[in-house]
Design a protein around this ligand. Structure first.
Ligand code: PMP
Length: 427
């Protein structure tokens, strides 16, 4: 078989770039394939360097809620571009986006712009440690908050839940300051707070999880986190890097009516350019330098092009009916897929919140990371490859959310459901 241009590029990429990619999941290892190199994208589709067109459900892992190459976003970036790409000095649009973010998410009285979600969550943890004069963080198995040292941690074995590094290079001492509990497990949260509550600076959580596949919070889970943190003097951090402006304009905190102390944003706020944010209570945020003593900085923070793309994207999301439309498309996808699975008696569970969805094969329900890990990843890998052959670009891992955008049409969804039927029949 003739090798594709993607295959050739990947063969060269691995000579120069570790694993051939600049972020691990892009290497498609989990689905036993070599990645397609993307040439361009528009609306709901991406086109690879060999000219293959795919309906895309990765959406750059979340940012592309308006679809790819949205004309108004491109225009806003082009306009900003004419004035220069970076100044390392304040710009008017930063004030505008800060005003917009704090109005959209009332728990964010102050906001600082950064370039990545990793920086946002790392800064949130540092702020919480400084504010409480405590060291420990409670996180949840299966939630991902970027790759800063203290968050690259998993649960230790045995009854105690102090973290151990998930990556070489993370010091055991740093990892030990992170406690890991099961998502949706309220009893463990209560126990951890009873045992070491006076040492916990913050609890960080994806309020709707997207990084073990989609897992919604059980009723009362977020409320319990709010109650326990308040009771024990810890801060509650919602990592809304995926969910902010994805599920609702005001984020998950607006959906569930739970107000965190700090919020991390990313992805959609930059409209596909590198922009993220951390925000929250003024008295916590005002600890940041130069107002306060907690150090945080960034050469490209609040980059003019990224802010222009973010502003245009957020403005679009204030239009009436936008989230109803995403829900409608999500439901159509969900219902169609469910029917295809039912007809074929394929055991699977679909977790969906709005326009985020994960199909877990081989399990009936997934409420935490153990549940997600029980799914049939081998079947997902075969399904992924079959879908690709039918022109559908799904997340290249069983533990990721797929994202529907406003650029997807009913016809796209129906074509995808038909492809799923054909793909399952071919396995
Ligand atoms: N938090 C969450 C919930 C995320 O999904 C991610 C990235 N997928 C991050 C933080 C880290 O963001 P970044 O990749 O921009 O560093």
């Amino acid at each position: 078989m003739q090798s594709s241009l993607s295959d050739k590029l990947f063969a060269e990429a691995v000579q120069h770039i570790p694993g051939g990619v600049n972020s691990p999941v892009r290497a498609w290892k989990a689905v036993g394939a070599t990645p397609r190199f993307i040439q361009r994208a528009r609306g709901s589709t991406v086109v690879d360097v060999d000219g293959n067109v795919f309906i895309d459900y990765v959406g750059s892992w979340g940012p592309m809620i308006l679809g790819h190459a949205q004309p108004q976003v491109l225009r806003a970036v082009q306009q900003a571009l004419r004035d220069g790409t970076s100044f390392g000095a304040p710009t008017p649009r930063e004030v505008e986006i800060a005003r917009l973010l704090t109005a959209a998410i009332p728990s964010m009285e102050r906001v600082r712009l950064v370039s990545t979600g990793t920086e946002a969550s790392m800064t949130a943890l540092r702020l919480a440690r400084a504010f409480t004069s405590r060291q420990k963080t409670l996180k949840f198995d299966g939630c991902y908050h970027g790759h800063s040292d203290s968050l690259l941690v998993r649960a230790g074995s045995g009854a105690m839940t102090f973290g151990v590094p998930t990556s070489p290079g993370v010091s055991a001492a740093v990892a030990a300051d992170t406690i890991v509990a099961r998502y949706n497990d309220t009893a463990t949260v209560i126990r951890v707070f009873r045992e070491v509550g006076d040492q916990i600076a913050s609890v960080i959580v994806e309020p709707v999880a997207g990084n073990m596949g989609v897992v919604p919070p059980a009723p009362g889970f977020l409320e319990l986190l709010r109650d326990q943190t308040r009771l024990h003097g810890a801060l509650l951090i919602f990592d809304e890097v995926i969910t902010g402006f994805r599920l609702r304009y005001g984020g998950v905190q607006d959906m569930y009516g739970v107000r965190p102390d700090l919020t991390c944003l990313g992805k959609i706020v930059g409209g596909g350019l590198p922009l993220a944010a951390v925000g929250g209570r003024a008295e916590v945020m005002d600890q940041l330098a130069p107002e306060g003593a907690v150090y945080q900085a960034g050469t490209l923070s609040g980059n003019p092009l990224a802010v222009a793309a973010g502003l245009e994207t957020l403005r679009h999301l204030t239009k009436p009916g936008v989230y109803e439309r995403l829900e409608e498309l999500g439901r159509r996808f969900h219902d169609g897929l469910e029917e295809v699975l039912r007809q074929r008696r394929v055991r699977a569970c679909i977790n969906r919140v709005g326009s985020m969805l994960t199909l877990f094969f081989g399990v009936d329900a997934v409420a935490d990371a153990d549940g997600a890990r029980a799914c049939d990843t081998e079947l997902y890998a075969r399904f992924f490859r079959a879908m690709l052959a039918h022109g559908i670009y799904l997340p290249p891992s069983a533990f990721e959310a797929l994202f529907i955008s406003l650029a997807h049409s009913e016809a796209d969804i129906d074509q995808t459901v038909q492809a799923a039927a054909a793909a399952l029949d071919s396995l």
